[in-house]
Design a protein around this ligand. Structure first.
Ligand SMILES: C[C@H](O)[C@H](O)[C@H]1CNC2=NC(N)=NC(=O)C2=N1
Length: 100
């Protein structure tokens, strides 16, 4: 079941993500990261792979792409904040990016 994380649970799941460059948004309960690729094809290829996982998990990113840069924000709209699904998708994005 998706639910907002307690502070302790959040600290635990977020620790490795903060290490890999995810940060908390200042204006809302969400996390964000900027991914920079070699070129547009690499960026869009990564987005395609991430999109397939997002759809599989029914958990969708807020993101934008300009040339080789992808800005990602993750939050769980159904609960109005960060849930375990955001950490799961963030981790998958890192793995697909090659930071695992
Ligand atoms: C009805 C549908 O399952 C929900 O709206 C899903 C779809 N994708 C989602 N994605 C994200 N990021 N948060 C949600 O709460 C969410 N909810």
């Amino acid at each position: 079941m998706t639910e907002k994380l307690s502070q302790a649970a959040r600290d635990a799941v977020m620790e490795p993500l903060l290490q890999s460059g995810w940060t908390y948004c200042e204006d809302r309960d969400a996390i964000r990261k900027t991914f920079v690729f070699e070129n547009f094809v690499e960026a869009f290829g990564w987005m395609t792979k991430a999109a397939i996982w997002a759809e599989k998990w029914n958990h969708h990113p807020e993101w934008s792409n300009v040339y080789k840069t992808v800005n990602v924000t993750l939050t769980t709209h159904d609960v109005g904040g960060i849930s375990a699904l955001d950490a799961k998708l963030a981790r998958k994005m890192d793995v697909l990016f090659g930071e695992a």
